[in-house]
Design a protein around this ligand. Structure first.
Ligand SMILES: [Zn+2]
Length: 511
């Protein structure tokens, strides 16, 4: 049964199929002219692509998203029986069989007198599925990569001790670390903001924390080591529908998106310089992602090491230029390409930065083939298809594209723009069809700090009230549902559910 999201995605895919084929043909012809097309691996992949890793990542993405996407069709089926005398038994049977879920009794009772609250049941299913998804992530570690120590050694060899990335909060960038850049998620701090317009003070605070740890505990390395803190901002654009499917926070304008992100990077560097006189201990990186096919562009460093707004290396160029390279040579070939693009990049100061850029571009080759082989070179859901909103602090487990719209915030008022953009996206996806926007409100805490859990619980309750106050109509009509979760990020455990609007005794959508 093709309904809702699946049907819409199908229609989108069909409407775009001509364009996708044309784009693929053009790419094919270009490669033929360069004489490279014959050099592709027999599997149709680039010789440097990690095919087995791609297969694992695809299996994880497919099964995780399928669990969310089957909720709506199953609930449509269940809805047909709501006036039957044995409705509860039938609904539970279908829930167990098709969703492997046991519905809570309070959501199914009294349907002979009042209509079944389908929106609440839908939100409960999304939340339950999210909880299982998180339990799998922390319990089975499906995205575990190279060891933390190996990765730390690698980044130190590039001259860095910490990686701090801020992609746009758009769900189409949620897989930036684990998929697009193929970096271990534990080795990179990720904080997402609408338009990659990250909170400069928050990064400043993190920088202070990191440098203090280096001084007091020599972690991750000693403060006497001449390594730097790398802050990267990741903006995005859509090559096929640039005016519609680019970054909503920047009016779908790729140049504005890059400039906006760059302005925050410079403000952060300046902030460190003005407050601590050591702006030189910061390196900046600006990355763009084409959300149609996950190909990245990295802006080349200028003579001072700062990203050059005009000059960038496109991963597709790297893909074509390395078709003959063996893995051992690839870093050199890619580094040369970066230096050709911008001779300033070859300065001794930029050596480590170029090495790190080369690694990211190398890694992105696998992701380009991931989209080529599993999605025909262009995602069918090139627009928003997020399954829920994630609001608050945390969400390390969400490493999949288009699963979650992030609103990283400590108070709703402080980051109202991020929340409003999220509700606007979900008005298009769900609310206008009468389905609620499921909002997971989350706060991670450090379990070794006395009282931290209690404060995290108070925080999520406060965020829930602020959401209800900001969106009173949607909340009252049950068009926004919330689940409250906390997590001890110093332990390796999954999330803990501490409340929410679909729980027994909760009234409406917001309490
Ligand atoms: Zn964006």
């Amino acid at each position: 049964m093709l309904v809702g999201r699946q049907k819409r995605a199908g229609q989108l895919g069909q409407a775009r199929s001509n364009r996708v084929r044309t784009a693929a043909d053009v790419a094919h012809r270009q490669r033929s002219r360069a004489g490279n097309v014959v050099r592709l691996h027999s599997s149709g992949s680039h010789p440097l692509t990690h095919i087995a890793e791609n297969d694992c990542l695809h299996a994880y993405e497919s099964r995780s998203k399928a669990a969310f996407d089957k909720i709506e069709p199953v609930l449509r089926e269940i809805a047909q029986y709501q006036h039957d005398t044995n409705f509860v038994i039938k609904a539970q049977e279908l829930g167990r069989l098709l969703l492997s879920l046991e519905f809570p009794g309070h959501l199914l009772e009294n349907t002979w007198i009042a209509p079944l609250d389908m929106g609440k049941l839908y939100a409960w299913c999304v939340f339950e599925t999210f909880q299982r998804f998180a339990d799998e992530f922390y319990g089975e570690k499906p995205l575990a990569q190279e060891s933390d120590a190996d990765f730390q050694r690698f980044i130190e060899s590039c001259g860095f001790h910490t990686l701090d990335f801020s992609p746009c909060a758009d769900g189409r960038l949620a897989h930036t670390i684990s998929y697009v850049l193929r970096l271990p998620y534990k080795g990179v701090r990720r904080k997402s903001y609408a338009g990659a317009m990250f909170d400069v003070e928050d990064s400043l605070q993190k920088w202070v924390e990191v440098e203090h740890k280096r001084l007091s505990e020599s972690l991750p390395n000693s403060a006497s080591e001449p390594t730097r803190y790398l802050k990267a901002a990741v903006y995005h654009y859509s090559s096929s529908l640039p005016d519609q499917e680019g970054c909503a926070a920047h009016g779908s304008d790729a140049v504005k998106a890059a400039e906006g992100a760059m302005s925050r990077l410079l403000a952060f560097q300046q902030g460190v310089q003005n407050s601590f006189c050591c702006g030189a201990s910061i390196d900046l990186m600006l990355i763009g992602i084409d959300t149609d096919n996950d190909a990245i562009r990295i802006h080349c460093p200028d003579a001072n090491g700062n990203p050059d707004g005009e000059n960038y290396v496109d991963a597709q160029e790297v893909y074509d230029a390395t078709l003959d390279a063996n893995p051992a040579d690839s870093e050199r070939v890619i580094s040369e390409l970066i230096e050709q693009k911008n001779p300033a990049a070859s300065s001794a100061y930029n050596k480590g930065l170029v090495k790190f850029m080369a690694r990211l571009l190398f890694n992105n080759i696998s992701q380009i083939d991931y989209v080529r082989n599993h999605f025909n070179g262009c995602y069918s859901d090139i627009g928003h298809q997020e399954r829920f909103i994630g609001m608050g602090v945390g969400f390390e487990e969400v490493q999949l594209r288009n699963l979650t719209y992030f609103a990283y915030l400590k108070t709703v008022e402080q980051n109202a723009i991020d929340v409003d953009v999220g509700i606007k996206i979900f008005t298009g996806l769900n609310i206008k069809r009468g389905l609620p926007a499921p909002v997971v409100i989350r706060y991670d805490y450090h379990g070794n700090v006395p009282g931290a859990r209690e404060r995290a619980v108070a925080k999520v309750e406060c965020l829930q009230q602020a959401m209800a106050a900001r969106f009173p109509e949607q909340t009252q009509r049950g068009l926004i549902h919330t689940m409250l979760v906390v997590r001890d990020c110093t332990a390796d455990n999954s999330i803990e559910v501490v409340g929410g609007s679909t729980q027994s005794g909760a009234v409406g959508g917001g309490h």
